[in-house]
Design a protein around this ligand. Structure first.
Ligand code: PLP
Length: 403
């Protein structure tokens, strides 16, 4: 089944067969548009690869990335012109584990790790799990446009931050950091010898016309140390099969990653490895199809909000399928996801979990059928009819809109 076939079942059909958190956390009358999982069917090549491994009873332990190293390197070269030496690629259970294990070897005695809220909520906990301290350097925001606060990051680096956990592309705002910004970041990181761990899990889902730059591509020439943590799990919707890669961006970091405990690879799922292999090698068409569906939903959501909830400001993603919605203009309080779930029966992610900067915001998942998206907006607009009021001037001027 491809991403464009009949796999966009109505929500009720998916609820009948799927058992993940998306389908079990809330009552059946709640439309689940929260956790970052897709409603699309898994790529046929990946389904086959998984079935084949089970058929072969090939379900043992792993010793390292094996064929995944050239498969990932091939994808990175074709998609992003990033040439990755295969011996710099290591295996981990998932991207979260990759972050924690990298922090453990980079900062064995603990240390300060910068993050840029609003940001993927587990970043706070992963740093804590590695017995390190969070240093918050919020994204800069002006007229609905987010960017890295490079001056703030430089101050943090000068003030004792040892590692920067970069989200590239950024969850939840869908920002794909441009090359020039990343080059400036690399220069600052090199100046203070800060290791940048770049979480690039959303990169395969970069939208057409947008250029994604792997941080390592600009870091190494600038003399900065970097690690890329990534997986096919987001792009191809494979979170449950548990496999990711940790990639050293330079020779010094390669030596550091060679000290990863061998258990890190052993704890990775062999099914996950084969699913990732099939994704990078033979499911690129499926990926492009999925991106097209996401981009169509992005446009649809922009239209639906303009029509039915014009007071809600939509920060449109340039990668991935997460929509960052600003409800402050319509008075739903600090945590709009709560009243929206209770009164409109739509489950969104609470903006507050992304950091203080998420107050008044919520995150919506666009990787669903257009029907589901329409239903979600209609439910919210019906629950809050007074929200169909004037939009902020700069929104109606179309400043944050694209495409
Ligand atoms: C930025 C980011 N990193 C990591 C993850 C989780 O990845 P994994 O399941 O491989 O730990 C997510 C999931 O949505 C994410 O958005």
């Amino acid at each position: 089944m491809s991403a464009t076939e009949s796999d966009d079942d109505p929500v009720s059909a998916l609820r009948g067969v799927r058992t993940s958190i998306k389908w079990t956390r809330y009552a059946p009358d709640v439309l689940p548009l929260f956790v970052a999982e897709m409603d699309f069917g898994v790529a046929p090549q990946i389904q086959e690869a998984l079935i084949e491994r089970v058929r072969m009873s090939d379900l043992g332990y792993l010793d390292g990335p094996g064929p995944l190293a050239p498969a990932f390197a091939g994808f990175a070269a074709d998609r992003w012109s990033w040439i990755v030496p295969e011996d710099r690629i290591h295996l981990a259970t998932d991207v979260s584990v990759g972050i924690v294990e990298t922090l453990r070897i980079a900062l064995p005695e603990g240390g300060r790790v910068a993050i840029t809220p609003p940001v993927y909520p587990p970043f706070f906990e992963l740093i804590d799990e590695a017995r390190c301290e969070v240093a918050e350097v919020p994204l800069a925001e002006q007229w609905g446009t987010y960017s890295l606060d490079l001056d703030g990051l430089e101050r943090a680096f000068a003030g004792g931050v040892s590692v920067f956990l970069l989200c590239n592309p950024h969850n939840p705002v869908g920002l794909v950091h441009d090359r020039e910004t990343l080059e400036r970041l690399a220069a600052i990181a090199a100046r203070y010898d800060v290791l940048v761990i770049s979480d690039e899990i959303h990169a395969p889902l970069t939208h057409p016309g947008v250029v994604f730059t792997p941080f390592a591509r600009v870091a190494e020439p600038a003399g900065a140390r970097s690690v890329c943590v990534t997986s096919a799990s987001k792009g191809w919707n494979l979170a449950g099969v548990k496999c990711s890669v940790i990639v050293a961006g330079d020779a010094r970091t390669a030596a550091l990653l060679d000290s990863l405990n061998e258990e890190v690879a052993c704890r990775t799922s062999i099914l996950g490895l084969h699913a990732n292999l099939a994704a990078y090698r033979s499911s690129r068409e499926w990926l492009d199809d999925a991106i097209d569906r996401i981009v169509a939903n992005d446009r649809l959501l922009a239209r639906l909000l303009a029509e039915h909830l014009p007071g809600v400001i939509y920060h449109r993603p340039r990668a991935g399928y997460l929509a960052w919605l600003d409800f402050r203009g319509i008075g739903l309080g600090d945590d709009p996801a709560v009243p929206i779930r209770e009164h409109a029966y739509v489950a969104l992610n609470s903006g507050l979990t992304f950091g203080r900067e998420g107050r008044g915001f919520a995150r919506l998942n666009l990787a669903c059928s257009p029907e589901t998206l329409r239903e979600a907006v209609f439910r919210i607009a019906s629950a809050y009819p007074s929200s169909a009021q004037e939009a902020p001037v700069w929104w109606s001027a179309g400043i944050p809109a694209r495409g």
